[in-house]
Design a binder for this molecule. Structure first.
Ligand SMILES: [Zn+2]
Length: 381
């Protein structure tokens, strides 16, 4: 299977300048290629992939208003052209139903003000040198912080500049992954408000201090930004601070998810989580957005690792009130204020609010999975 391995890179000022040009050219070619396809479509004409590439790369280089395209590596331009092709294809196939899964929207034109600038290179545009530096065509040898070893020779690399001004190299590598030995246990996970998550086996995952601290810094930076006058220099600085705080929060979330997810995947054959899109937890908007983003990173990683190690993962549509439903007898005992951590059901069962919810999520996940596996699903009648 294909995995991504991402590392921080540190280009010199000259390399940064060259990268900026390459990002710009990749963006222009991507947009030109997209426009060429759209124009052909509007005119009711077919345009071949080679024709698009000839038009937006080969021919464009000769045009006075695009002559600067020749300054950057042509492999970058060809890749940008390919990326546009794929984005367009995915959209068309999604509309026609040829592509399964979630609907893909119309490809978006890229802008110089996008938070993320990127370019992609295949084997002929990069290599890893003996001195452990990453050679990028026309840019030179980039210094890489190798935080872990690459498991195999990468087939492509994406060079990214994020909104905080940091650079990354994201490699695509092929990895042989044997599934983990099967285990009997399955687990349901409830997103907590006081704690990060509670597992149906009783395990509690607390929010780590480093993550809470990063989130607090982000909130403060956002408040400061909102008080700055529009267009002022202070505002530009405050915005950069917000971007940096955002980046730190994202890093902390990733670290935390990397720490917590392996044990869950190792110990459970199936992992069920609530589908946040339908859970109606009473939360303020700010708390909700911060919380949901952390939860999203965590569940994405669980999903990824489950696929990698042969485990089942699914989201449960939480149409039932999981914290009001007694996991012992099935009675719905009515809503409870958030500060009620423990309650006693008329049947005599004493419940921890979050643990009870996690057990209900596990039960619902199992039921949905049985249905999906060919069991009879009773029609609405
Ligand atoms: Zn009960």
């Amino acid at each position: 299977m294909q995995l991504r391995y991402q590392y921080r890179v540190y280009p010199t000022p000259r390399q940064q300048d060259m990268l900026a040009r390459s990002f710009g050219c990749a963006r222009v070619v991507f947009n030109d290629a997209l426009r060429a396809r759209q124009d052909a479509f509007t005119a009711g004409m077919k345009i071949s992939d080679t024709e698009v590439q000839k038009q937006v790369v080969t021919e464009a280089k000769k045009a006075p208003e695009r002559v600067w395209l020749a300054e950057v590596a042509s492999v970058v331009l060809v890749q940008a052209c390919q990326d546009a092709r794929r984005a367009y294809r995915n959209w068309v196939d999604s509309m026609s139903g040829k592509r399964k899964g979630r609907k893909v929207g119309a490809p978006r034109f890229r802008s110089r003000t996008d938070n993320r600038q990127a370019l992609r290179l295949t084997r002929n545009g990069f290599s890893i040198r003996r001195n452990r530096k990453l050679y990028v065509a026309k840019v030179g040898e980039l210094k890489v912080a190798w935080s872990r070893d690459l498991p195999s020779v990468p087939s492509s690399v994406t060079i990214i500049k994020d909104s905080a001004g940091r650079y990354f190299a994201s490699f695509v590598v092929e990895v042989d992954q044997a599934p983990l030995p099967e285990v009997d246990s399955e687990v349901g996970i409830d997103l907590g408000l006081t704690t990060f998550a509670v597992l149906s086996d009783g395990k509690v995952i607390d929010s780590p201090r480093f993550l809470r601290r990063a989130e607090r810094t982000l909130r403060k930076a956002q408040q400061t930004l909102s008080r700055k006058e529009k267009g002022s220099r202070n505002r530009a600085q405050a915005r950069l601070k917000v971007a940096r705080a955002h980046a730190r929060v994202a890093d902390s979330r990733r670290t935390f998810a990397h720490q917590q997810s392996p044990a869950i995947i190792r110990d459970s054959q199936a992992v069920f989580v609530e589908d946040l899109a339908v859970s109606g937890l009473a939360r303020t908007r700010l708390a909700k957005s911060v919380h949901d983003a952390g939860w999203g990173m965590f569940t994405r990683m669980l999903e990824e690792k489950a696929a990698r190690y042969g485990r089942h993962f699914s989201k449960v549509d939480r149409w039932f009130p999981s914290s009001q439903l007694c996991s012992a007898c099935g009675v719905v005992d009515g809503p409870k204020p958030l500060d009620v951590r423990e309650w006693t059901c008329p049947c005599g069962a004493v419940h921890d609010r979050d643990l009870n919810a996690a057990i209900n999520i596990l039960a619902a996940g199992r039921a949905e999975r049985r249905n999906a596996c060919g069991g009879t699903v009773s029609p609405a009648a």
